[in-house]
Design a protein around this ligand. Structure first.
Ligand code: GMT
Length: 377
């Protein structure tokens, strides 16, 4: 198949998932065309069967806001026509689903029928999408998609609750390449982070408010009272300085390391003992799944789709949003007992296999086949 993939090229989970999907499909012989404004972060190096089309957004003094959506729709039209794309798979509804609708309608006038699949990822529904400045367009363009998928049952439910959706939503859980995340720790790297063999707690996110990163710092503060440990923060975003300030206030900044955005997540996860995810909402929590695949147990909130990927008491523990005390106790339960830690590590790695890339990719291929079988010729 010749497939167009539209996504955010940044470190966020939706872009990561879309890029990994495209890479896996390309490996299976499909031809993949990424259409986005920047090279996706996980799309590095030359990969056979993958093409990247950059959306150029010309500026003009009249534009306070250059019209990205118009440029994106026009680029879609161009790429679809000139590369004979058979379908377009857009990740994150805003503005990708409405741009895809526009491209589809333009092409229809030329007798080209391009089906659109929209994958909902989370905040495109639960946070940004439901805002009344976007909601009518989001609802309309989701309904106009030829197929809709959501990355968890929870997100599917939230979508039906939020919008009047007239079509079924297929739940296709996110995936992880288990083999890639099975790595041996690099000792030299581990020594830099934890020179005296301290336990390493890890948090990875875009540091948005929804992640409640202060709770991560507070949990670590409690844990550190009982065991020697280090807290490694990966990623960047608006709340990073708040987390840095809080760790200074609590007098634990020497044990709290902020390394910013990183690409080699498998090497970082390989040295971690526990992953902390304190979000107010996660449609899925891809970062937690990648941790589990690396054999890192997770202490998280029980928000959104997290209960769909975790087994409470086996792969980690889940607490209520904001319940720092309970989550700290959970973290200590796992970390204080070396045998327990090993058991949780094994459970996490084992359970992550449920979401292995090789199980999930065929579900998308099946959906593509179904959608293509309904295309007018
Ligand atoms: O977590 C974010 O803020 C980034 C966001 C995105 O769109 O990249 O992540 C969402 O999609 C991921 C991939 O499907 C999910 O794993 C995340 O749980 C989801 N984030 C939220 O729902 C807050």
């Amino acid at each position: 198949m010749i497939i167009g993939i539209v996504c955010y090229p940044t470190f966020g989970g939706s872009g990561v998932l879309a890029t990994e999907l495209g890479k896996a499909l390309a490996q299976k012989g499909h031809q993949i065309h990424f259409i986005t404004y920047q090279q996706p972060v996980r799309l590095n190096g030359f990969i056979p069967n993958i093409f990247y089309h950059e959306v150029q957004v010309p500026t003009y003094p009249l534009f306070d806001y250059p019209p990205y959506e118009t440029a994106l729709a026009s680029t879609m039209v161009d790429v679809i026509k000139n590369n004979n794309l058979q379908l377009l798979h857009v990740h994150y509804a805003i503005p990708h689903a409405s741009a895809a609708y526009m491209a589809k309608k333009i092409l229809e006038l030329e007798g080209i029928h391009i089906p659109v699949i929209t994958t909902l990822h989370g905040t495109d529904i639960t946070l940004v999408g439901r805002d009344k400045t976007y909601a009518p367009v989001v609802a309309f363009s989701i309904n106009q998609s030829d197929a809709i998928t959501a990355v968890s049952r929870n997100l599917s439910d939230e979508t039906f609750k939020t919008f009047k959706i007239e079509k079924p939503i297929e739940v296709i859980h996110n995936f992880v390449d288990v083999q890639r995340f099975t790595r041996k720790p690099i000792d030299a790297f581990k020594k830099v982070i934890a020179p005296n063999g301290e336990r390493i707690l890890l948090h990875v996110s875009n540091f948005r408010r929804i992640k409640r990163v202060q709770d991560v710092v507070r949990i670590f503060n409690e844990v550190r009272k009982h065991i020697s440990a280090k807290l490694l923060f990966v990623g960047d975003g608006p709340e990073r300085t708040t987390a840095e300030d809080l760790s200074r206030q609590l007098g634990i900044c020497d044990d709290t390391i902020f390394v910013g955005k990183q690409e080699q997540m498998e090497d970082i996860l390989a040295i971690a003992d526990l992953f902390l995810l304190t979000s107010e909402y996660e449609s899925f929590g891809l970062a937690a799944l990648e941790a589990m695949a690396s054999g890192v147990p997770v202490v998280s909130t029980n928000a959104g789709g997290l209960p769909e990927i975790m087994i409470d008491g086996k792969t980690g523990f889940m607490g209520n949003v904001g319940d720092v005390e309970t989550m700290s106790r959970y973290a200590l339960d796992i970390l204080e007992d070396p045998e327990r830690l090993e058991e949780f590590k094994r459970n996490a790695a084992e359970h992550a296999k449920t979401f292995d890339i090789n199980r999930i990719i065929p579900l998308y291929e099946k959906l593509y086949d179904e959608v293509l079988s309904h295309v007018e010729v």
